[in-house]
Design a protein around this ligand. Structure first.
Ligand code: BG6
Length: 476
């Protein structure tokens, strides 16, 4: 859809409007969209939740405080008019009558032109347990008409609860109205994986088992679960990161080229990757918990919840058969990185009289200013033909001042309003991913303790074989 398309009038209902995600990402995201003139001309935002944050003015003051904290150089000319359109209406899963009235009143106030429909964007940033009853309430109150339903992960906590959630969703809306957010897909750098792969003959022709030896998707985080202890106790690292963010990145790395970049074509190819993925073998999974986790607020002092996971997965397709994918993520680790490493097979090096000290590696850093490097073998300067390993660094931004990168949530909010599901996960993908991780969740391997600031439990070091993890090799 073209950028210039005018968006229809919208009423956004934000459940969890006083929560952390709304403060850190959603309201700042709306601000940036307003600043760039990307919001509909006519819209209203209704925050909702069980507890009132006070009057509308008091709520707006709280939103404003969040904006001051999370937006650089806040401009009153943008923030003022945005805040004026924001209000709050108490609701809960048993009683959504007042909310329904507030939504209808807001729609009337928007004064849509003749023949124009007001779209509803219903954003559920609520814990997994609250999701189903809220969705049923939205259906009962008729709020799902003309609506797009945005659900935050995790989508259930296991296969059974995910299927129950999906059934509830399908009771009230069609799949075409559902936008399951995995914010990693909203990141420019993650979308860049597709551009690097499919727009460069150099890589696409080598992107298969004949040339690639292994792949690592490594997302260590320095932050602890501080402040999110009770959420983590009910989720754990595996559900929070592995069958969501890491697998979605894997889907982009491993998918066949879609015929078009449309929601159906792209998601079909991603779903095929998950279909071809072997159920995860618990003996090839290492789980860990950082020392001090049990003392965090909201955490059981005897908790056996994992804060670290490392695993090996295989995809049984012609392209990937026999190529191991290593996934790793965890909290309280040595560094915060989001690194994809593609390790290429080494050609015979006999003519140089020795073996290479490491294979070619293509390293994608999925940061906001996406970068990529390529580890190559070149001639060491000097009188003999000696081979050295050198690094070619590439900045993936185009340096065009007209470029306007979007933060993940900004992009995804915009896509919901545009009705574009390409970067959202589909129900069959979610279901399959739960099936794949089920052997680990129902029979988890032992949890190993690790020191804060380390690279996780010792037991995970050798999982990818002798060369280990690229990140600890380089930076530990
Ligand atoms: C969230 C997880 O979805 O993603 C967090 O719940 C994690 O535990 C976060 O820290 C990482 O996202 P980002 O965008 O900071 O890399």
């Amino acid at each position: 859809m073209s950028e210039e398309t005018t968006l229809p009038p919208h009423v956004l209902v934000l459940f969890g409007a006083t929560g952390d995600l709304a403060r850190r990402k959603l309201f700042p995201g709306l601000y940036h969209l307003a600043e760039a003139g990307r919001l509909p001309e006519s819209f209203a935002v209704i925050g909702s939740g069980r507890h009132s944050p006070g009057t509308d003015d008091e709520f707006r003051a709280k939103v404003r405080k969040g904006l001051e904290e999370f937006v650089d150089d806040l401009d009153d000319a943008v923030a003022g008019p945005l805040l004026e359109r924001i209000s709050f209406q108490v609701s809960d899963s048993d009683d959504g009558k007042d909310l329904a009235k507030a939504v209808k009143a807001a729609e009337k106030d928007l004064e849509p032109q003749e023949g124009q429909e007001v779209h509803r964007l219903l954003y559920l940033s609520v814990p997994p347990g609250a999701m189903r009853p809220m969705i049923s309430m939205l259906g009962r109150e008729g709020l799902t008409e003309r609506a797009r339903l945005v659900c935050e992960k995790p989508f259930g906590t296991d296969l059974e609860s995910s299927r129950a959630l999906d059934a509830t969703i399908k009771d009230v809306v069609d799949e075409a109205q559902v936008f399951r957010i995995d914010h990693f897909l909203g990141k420019e750098a993650v979308q860049n994986i597709l551009a690097v792969r499919f727009a460069n003959g150099l890589f696409e022709s080598a992107w298969n088992r004949d040339h690639i030896e292994s792949v690592q998707i490594d997302v260590p985080e320095e932050l602890t679960v501080e402040g999110r202890g009770s959420f983590y106790e009910s989720t754990g690292c595996f559900r929070d990161m592995v069958n969501t963010h890491l697998c979605q990145v894997l889907g982009f790395v491993a998918m066949e080229p879609p015929v078009h970049l449309t929601a159906d074509a792209l998601r079909n190819e991603k779903a095929k990757v998950f279909e071809a993925m072997k159920p995860i073998d618990p003996s090839r999974v290492v789980l860990g918990q950082y020392e001090g986790y049990r003392e965090e607020e909201g955490v059981d002092p005897r908790s056996s919840v994992e804060t670290f996971a490392a695993l090996e997965v295989f995809i049984e397709t012609q392209r990937w058969q026999g190529v191991p994918f290593y996934l790793r993520t965890g909290k309280a680790l040595a560094e915060t990185r989001r690194t994809v490493t593609i390790t290429f097979r080494t050609p015979p090096m006999g003519m140089f009289g020795h073996h290479a000290d490491g294979p070619n590696e293509l390293v994608l850093e999925l940061t906001d200013d996406a970068r990529m490097s390529l580890e190559l073998h070149t001639k060491r300067p000097g009188p003999v033909m000696d081979i050295a390993r050198t690094t070619m660094e590439l900045d993936l931004a185009t340096k065009d001042p007209a470029d306007e990168p979007l933060e993940a949530y900004e992009r995804l909010l915009l896509d919901v309003m545009r009705g574009d599901q390409t970067l959202f996960t589909r129900s069959d993908e979610v279901d399959r991913l739960w099936c794949l991780v089920d052997p680990v969740l129902s029979d988890p391997p032992p949890i190993h303790r690790y020191a804060k600031g380390s690279w996780g439990p010792r037991e995970a070091r050798g999982l990818p074989g002798q060369r280990g993890w690229r990140l600890d090799g380089v930076d530990a």
